[in-house]
Design a protein around this ligand. Structure first.
Ligand SMILES: [Zn+2]
Length: 501
């Protein structure tokens, strides 16, 4: 019966979510009423098993099955209802942030670990599903690239993302997926339920911001730091300064801003936010290519030996670092080099921006400034410095900071598609016939050409993986505004010198 599951959930919440002993009777009655149950379960339960659970999967599955079989909720309603119940079992936002602050005073990592663990235990982060994502490291001579196929994240279209900036605020509630108003939101067919989400208020340079975890977990402790008000993203002195303010409070986390423009940025441009976490990306392991002459002895500036065009700044002095960073940002926004297709704006529409990332190593701030440009032309209607048409079968979405730092998040469809393509070659099946049945496989023309060139009996599994690896490297290189050939390198150096840092 459902009331037995409810009792199990109360034991679980008491052990794992911090549901206070004193609140159990009250919470039990609230949930019984919501589930149309008139009395609690009084039988025996395996309490030690419930206390030993690492994730709530087994309980959630049981709850879901009973809610449907006992006709409490329909298939369509049940998932949002479960989120609501898990929200009721989780402490209120104020209690979570009080506990976070209390832990923070003793140990910052304990505070960020607490929130992460709470979000796993209350099923906001579905850890078991996340662990099923596919990932591997593709090894190259200088810099490795990490590749993941994310099985839960929907693939987005850049053109839809660009449109987001045009939707008038006030027509939607919550205005976007990042707004603080998502906390406790019931959800509908267009907007996810967020009853079990908890966010932590932060002050960044006297402004109100919040921290939350991403349910998609692209890397360890993947968090989002977002502004209290719903305002479009910007790359400015104010926002770059906030990255530095964040790592002062969370020195064990990196933080970065996706750019403020479509194609080169992330998926949500209409709400100012950063992404952070406890993770060292391939870009952070890259070596310096050369040092740029700097007039300020407090800041070391170099150009990174990396696939795209990245400055690396190191300083223990925040003010000096921010000054140098803004010289680069402003210089880049005004830089033009038609020979290299770099045109910073068309009329009033900006094309050039940067992806800034900050982390702290000891007392030194490390800032990475990746130069970006989102212009399109006839040859590259999706972006000149973006994944090119031949890459779109693998990745078409905007290349945000995570990928620009060398960790690719590829769409879930690839798992199935690449598997079928391998079987097609391994078993020498009829491609034309297959493409008639599975039209979504038609986009892999470039991959078929590559595999067609291989000798009989080739290791197609390996060849497909290698193809994905090289495609990801080529995409990263395509995002580079200064190419790594002699002409590109010379122009980059000249640009760096012209900034008079
Ligand atoms: Zn918003």
């Amino acid at each position: 019966m459902l009331n037995e599951t409810i009792e199990k959930l109360l034991v679980y919440a008491n052990a794992h979510l911090g549901l206070d002993e004193e609140d159990i009777t009250y919470t039990r009655n609230v949930i019984l009423e919501l589930c149309h149950a008139d009395r609690p379960f009084l039988g025996e339960m395996n309490i030690s098993e419930l206390r030993g659970l690492k994730v709530p999967d087994q309980l959630i599955l049981e709850l879901r099955t009973k809610l449907i079989s006992e006709n409490i909720k329909s298939e369509a309603e049940v998932d949002n209802f479960i989120i609501r119940l898990m929200g009721i079992l989780t402490p209120k936002p104020s209690e979570v942030s009080a506990k976070f602050r209390q832990l923070y005073k003793a140990n910052r990592s304990k505070a960020t670990d607490y929130l992460y663990d709470l979000q796993v235990k209350n099923n906001y982060i579905q850890k078991t599903a996340v662990e099923q994502n596919i990932h591997w490291v593709s090894k190259f001579d200088k810099n490795n690239i990490e590749i993941t196929i994310n099985l839960s994240k929907p693939e987005k279209d850049n053109k839809d993302i660009a449109k987001l900036k045009e939707i008038p605020v006030g027509e939607k509630y919550p205005a976007c997926l990042l707004c603080k108003e998502n906390v406790g939101y019931a959800g509908n067919s267009n907007h996810p339920a967020r009853g079990n989400l908890r966010i932590i208020p932060l002050k960044l340079d006297q402004e109100q911001w919040f921290l939350q975890y991403s349910p998609y977990v692209y890397y360890d402790r993947h968090c989002i730091v977002f502004e209290s008000v719903h305002e479009p993203m910007t790359i400015s002195h104010r926002t770059v300064g906030k990255l530095l303010a964040f790592v002062d409070q969370f020195p064990h986390f990196f933080i970065g801003s996706n750019s403020d423009l479509p194609i080169v940025g992330g998926s949500i441009l209409d709400h100012e936010h950063f992404q952070g976490g406890q993770y060292e990306f391939p870009l952070m392991k890259a070596k310096d290519l050369y040092t740029v002459r700097s007039r300020n002895p407090l800041v070391k500036v170099s150009v990174l030996d990396w696939y795209n065009s990245t400055f690396h700044l190191v300083s223990a002095n925040k003010g000096a670092l921010l000054d140098a960073a803004m010289k680069i940002v402003e210089g880049w926004k005004g830089y033009e080099n038609k020979e290299l297709d770099i045109i910073p704006k068309t009329g009033e529409v900006m094309h050039s921006t940067v992806t800034p990332i900050v982390r702290k190593v000891g007392r030194y701030y490390h800032m990475y400034i990746i130069l970006r440009n989102n212009r399109t032309n006839e040859q590259y209607p999706d972006g000149i410095f973006h994944a090119h048409p031949k890459h779109h079968a693998i990745k078409k979405e905007g290349i945000g900071l995570i990928e620009a730092m060398g960790r690719f998040i590829l769409p879930a469809r690839l798992k199935r598609q690449l598997h079928i393509i391998q079987a097609l070659y391994d078993n020498k099946l009829d491609r034309a016939k297959l493409l008639e049945e599975q039209t979504d496989l038609a986009i892999f023309t470039d991959l078929y050409e590559t595999l067609d060139r291989l000798p009989d009996g080739a290791n197609y599994d390996h060849a497909i993986t290698e193809y994905v690896n090289i495609t990801c490297r080529e995409i990263l290189e395509a995002t580079g505004v200064f190419k790594t050939d002699e002409m590109g390198k010379a122009a980059f150096k000249q640009f760096a010198e012209s900034l008079k840092l």
